[in-house]
Design a protein around this ligand. Structure first.
Ligand code: HEC
Length: 154
């Protein structure tokens, strides 16, 4: 019986450092979410907001309208994808916030419906769909935008 206790201790001692290495690997390999501006909590909150407020137009998974590049008879574009496959990444964070709060062409504004925190959460959610290359390209726009974007929409 004393043997049993000893073995269990030995196994715990062997596994604890292994566990720490696994955690470090997972954190290091999850797509760099640690480097992004938002938290996992914002992403989760944002998903529910997207489903309630945005999905009707931007479609499930923020895929957008398949004809999003084709203007209608008024020269307006259908809802584009927000999943990193279109040009949402051309807008710095402040501009994304503005588009969502104020609306643009056929997109209504949500400034009266959503709080600033909710708008940030929904941006976090659709950015969590972006591959690292897209996110990194966006970061460059974002930094340039912070330094003096004219604020004229696009
Ligand atoms: C009534 C339909 C509709 C709803 C609801 C809607 N959008 Fe849009 N959205 C559009 C359209 C149409 C455009 C393209 C506007 C343009 O051409 O300027 C757009 C554009 C955008 C853009 C700019 C994308 C780009 O590539 O430039 C963002 C970001 C965006 N929407 C986010 C959201 C979010 C977040 C929500 C929910 C809070 C939302 N939209 C709800 C129709 C909608």
């Amino acid at each position: 019986m004393p043997d049993f206790g000893y073995e269990r201790n030995a196994r715990q001692q062997a596994c604890a450092p292994l566990g720490a290495v696994l955690v470090a690997l997972l954190v290091g390999c999850d797509g760099g979410a640690g480097d992004r501006w938002y938290t996992e909590e914002q992403v989760q909150r944002g998903e529910a907001i997207f489903e309630a407020q945005c999905m009707a137009c931007h479609d499930e998974g923020a895929r957008g309208d398949e004809n999003w590049r084709t203007r209608d008879e008024h020269g307006n574009l259908p809802p584009p994808p927000l999943d990193g496959s279109a040009h949402a990444w051309h807008h710095p964070l402040d501009e994304l916030r503005e588009i969502i709060a104020d609306g643009q062409n056929n997109m209504p504004g949500f400034g009266n419906t959503l709080s600033e925190e909710e708008i940030d959460a929904v941006i976090a959610w659709f950015q969590s769909l972006w591959p690292d290359e897209v996110y990194e390209a966006w970061e460059e726009y974002d930094e340039a935008g912070m330094e003096g974007h004219a604020g004229d929409g696009r």
